[in-house]
Design a protein around this ligand. Sequence first.
Ligand SMILES: Nc1nc2c(c(=O)[nH]1)N[C@H]1C(S)=C(S)[C@@H](COP(=O)(O)O)O[C@H]1N2
Ligand SMILES: [Mo]
Length: 424
Amino acid sequence: MTKKHDQSLSLSRRSLLGGATALGAASVLNSASAGEVNPDNLPPNVPEWTPYLGEGVDANPYGLPSEFESHVVRRNVEWLTASAESSVNFTPLHELDGIVTPNGLCFERHHGGVPEVNPTDFRLMINGLVDRQLIFTLDDLRRFPQTNRFYFLECAANGGMEWRGAQLNGCQYTFGMVHNVQYTGVRLSDICREVGVKPSAKWVLAEGGDSAGMTRSIPIEKILDDCMVAYAMNGEALRPEQGYPARLVVPGWEGNMWVKWLRRLEFGDMPYMAREETSKYTDLMKDGNARMFTWVMDAKSVVTSPCPEKAINNRGVQLLKGIAWSGRGKIKRVDVSLDAGRNWQTAELHGPVLEKSLARFTMPFEWNGEEMLIQSRAIDETGYIQPTIQALQAERGVNSIYHNNAIATWMVNKDGSVDNVRLG
Ligand SMILES: Nc1nc2c(c(=O)[nH]1)N[C@H]1C(S)=C(S)[C@@H](COP(=O)(O)O)O[C@H]1N2
Ligand SMILES: [Mo]
């Protein structure tokens, strides 16, 4: 079956590339946001934007996306939370390419709104089991040796509504609590050297300067391994929503630990048992016990096109696109199934494939109006394979909110529309 599929694919790919007119017409029809096609703008006519001078370089001191891209935005679900200050919005994964999430599209999760931190008055205080209790300004942090690293941040509750079945019909709402950013900042190991961490220090309490006073305990091994204090994202200052002027980066671990608007790091010899690691961010198992300190985000992937927001508009060759990530290291392989997991093909993995970062995959396939059940599964460099929801439920039950990294299924209907479905 796979072979036959491959042959028809290469045939139609040739014919598609052979017919430039057909390709152009198809892509115009595909651009949903552009509205009605105006034949006056099409070849061989001179389009309306050509005879006139465009905007000057003084029009946009800070550049914004084209007005035709105004649908590419973060979205929240109003009924999900009681207030917008303690809430979440979602990254429009289905509109993105590559591995970088643009700063303005990074999902936001905060418990007490976005504080307006004045960088002049920003201080990072280090106390507890250290030789020198120090208070750093932002300029102090910028004078440390610098590190620049791409990492994904995923909220542990990403997909949390889907434990018992398909809920929201969208890639954005079911997978959009993840973003991938290049962080610039200081290694925590360098800060530790500066303050002189005592051998008795085993845990670090990270505290946020927002009204939620977010706090989490992090083991010293992780702090020394790859944690950083970031002051820039994707080349510019952190956005207020992402913790301006400084946030903790805890690579591969649940987003809740990445304390934003960071104000204090306390070194201690025990975990602090904060609200966010006892009442919240613990996983209720089927025997009634709750797992604690489930920090690592296991390997996960999603097909971002087609998906419920990205219907298939025409028959013939399609480009399937998706992202994969693992908190344990690099993504090694991504498999895609078009028949609910019966047959799998290996997708093309695009570089750079980095540790604890999103990886991009694509796979061409042909669609001729038949129903399809599309899935992807990620495999990371430790050999871990993204599980089915049934395997995950067998181990953990359905009472948890957090750490759902199960394989999702998109159903392509005969009209090309796509639904989020649960099989079995
Ligand atoms: N100070 C502070 N840090 C915080 C939070 C918060 O409410 N306050 N929310 C946490 C949660 S639950 C997540 S998932 C991530 C979200 O980071 P983002 O808003 O940059 O996407 O920040 C974490 N850090
Ligand atoms: Mo979160």
